[in-house]
Write a protein that binds this ligand. Structure first.
Ligand SMILES: Nc1ncnc2c1ncn2[C@@H]1O[C@H](COP(=O)(O)OP(=O)(O)O)[C@@H](O)[C@H]1O
Ligand SMILES: [Mg+2]
Length: 298
C-alpha cells in the first residue's frame, strides 16, 4: 500500500521466508554453511533449532535454492502434523516416485531404488522437515530408519530437521537415543543483537530499493530492537505497521509516538515495558539525547 509513496520496488517487510531478502548475519551465514556442508559431505542427520520467527524456514528456503542450483533431489516436508502414511505419501510426491504412493512398502522400495541410483551417479538426496518439533514419535522413528540407509561412501539420504527448541528436548527422549547419536551437525539461531537488528532493517529497506534510509532514525531502530527482542518476524511486523502509519500520516520519517501506537495495536509486550530504564547501547551518545524515548513507561 505504501510502496509507491516510499519508492519501494517490493514490500520490504513481508512475513514470507524469502531468500532474496536474506540478511547474512554471522549466525545465519554459519547455519546456512552448516546445512550445505552437512548435505554435501553426506553426514546424515543435521538439526537446526531456534525460537519462533528467528529465521529457520528462511534458512531452509536458502538450502532449497542451493539444492535446486545443484540439481540435488530433495523432499521438503513443511507440514509436520502428519502420520506415518502421510509422511511416506509426501516423500513420494516430492521425489516424484513412480509407485502406489499410499503403500508404505511401495514407497520405501521406490525410494531405495532412487537413493541407490543417485548414489551410483555420485549424487545425494535430501529430506528436509520443517517444524520437526511437531513430529509424532512414530514418524520420527521412520525418519531414524531412513537415516540408516548407507553405502560405503556415506549416508544415502541426508536429513535436515528444523524446529523450535522443543525439538532438542524431544531428541533427548530415551527412545530416540539412536537418532540423537547420529546427529552430526547442529546449529541454532538466536534473536539478533542490537547491531544486527539495525543492520537487518537497513538491509531489508535497501533490498526493497531504499538506500541510506532515513525513515527510521537510529534511536527508533534501537527501540524497535528492544520491543521486538531481536526476533526477525516481530521486527518485520513492527516495521511494516510503522511504515503504514508513517504513510497514513503523510510523513517520511517514523516517530516514537508512531511506534507506541503500532506496539499498542499489536498488543506487544517486551521486558521492561512497564517503567523500563534503558541499558547502554553500542551506538552513539546521540541516542541518549532523546530521553523521552528511553524513560517512557506506561
Ligand atoms: N537472516 C534473515 N534475513 C532476512 N529475513 C529474515 C532472516 N531471518 C528471518 N527473516 C525473516 O523473519 C521472518 C521469520 O522468519 P522464518 O524463517 O519464518 O522464521 P522461523 O521459521 O524460525 O519461525 C520472515 O519474514 C523472514 O523472512
Ligand atoms: Mg518456520
Amino acid at each position: 500500500m505504501y510502496n509507491a509513496f516510499f519508492g519501494f520496488k517490493e514490500s520490504p517487510f513481508s512475513l514470507s521466508p524469502d531468500p532474496t531478502f536474506l540478511y547474512r548475519s554471522p549466525q545465519h551465514e554459519e547455519a546456512l554453511a552448516n546445512l550445505i556442508y552437512g548435505v554435501q559431505s553426506r553426514k546424515g542427520f543435521i538439526v537446526l533449532t531456534g525460537e519462533v520467527g528467528t529465521g529457520k524456514t528462511t534458512m531452509l528456503e536458502c538450502l532449497r535454492d542451493f539444492l535446486e542450483t545443484q540439481f540435488i533431489e530433495f523432499a521438503f516436508i513443511f507440514n509436520s502434523r502428519i502420520n506415518a502414511d502421510q509422511f511416506f505419501e509426501m516423500i513420494a510426491y516430492d521425489l516424484d516416485l513412480r509407485c502406489n504412493r499410499s503403500s508404505k512398502t511401495e514407497v520405501l522400495f521406490a525410494l531405495n531404488h532412487l537413493l541407490i541410483q543417485q548414489a551410483n551417479e555420485n549424487r545425494t538426496t535430501v529430506l528436509i522437515v520443517d517444524e520437526a518439533h511437531n513430529l509424532d514419535w512414530d514418524v520420527l522413528e521412520e525418519i531414524r530408519l531412513l537415516g540408516n540407509l548407507e553405502n560405503r561412501r556415506g549416508k544415502l539420504l541426508q536429513i535436515v530437521l528444523a524446529g523450535q527448541p522443543e525439538l532438542d528436548r524431544k531428541l533427548d527422549a530415551p527412545n530416540l537415543r539412536q537418532l540423537k547419536q547420529r546427529i552430526v551437525l547442529r546449529c541454532s539461531l538466536r534473536p539478533f543483537r542490537e547491531e544486527e537488528t539495525v543492520a537487518y532493517i537497513n538491509s531489508r529497506l535497501e533490498k526493497a530499493g531504499m538506500r541510506d534510509q532515513t525513515v527510521f532514525p537510529i534511536e527508533l531502530l534501537l527501540e524497535i530492537h528492544v520491543r521486538s527482542q531481536g526476533i526477525p518476524r516481530v521486527i518485520n511486523a513492527i516495521c511494516d505497521n510503522l511504515l503504514l502509519t508513517t504513510f497514513a500520516a503523510e510523513q517520511y520519517t517514523a516517530t516514537l509516538e508512531m511506534l507506541d501506537e503500532v506496539c499498542q495495536d499489536m498488543r506487544l509486550e517486551w521486558p521492561g515495558r512497564h517503567g523500563r530504564t534503558r541499558t547502554s547501547s553500542r551506538y552513539t551518545q546521540e541516542s541518549f539525547d532523546h530521553p523521552s524515548i528511553f524513560t517512557r513507561g506506561d
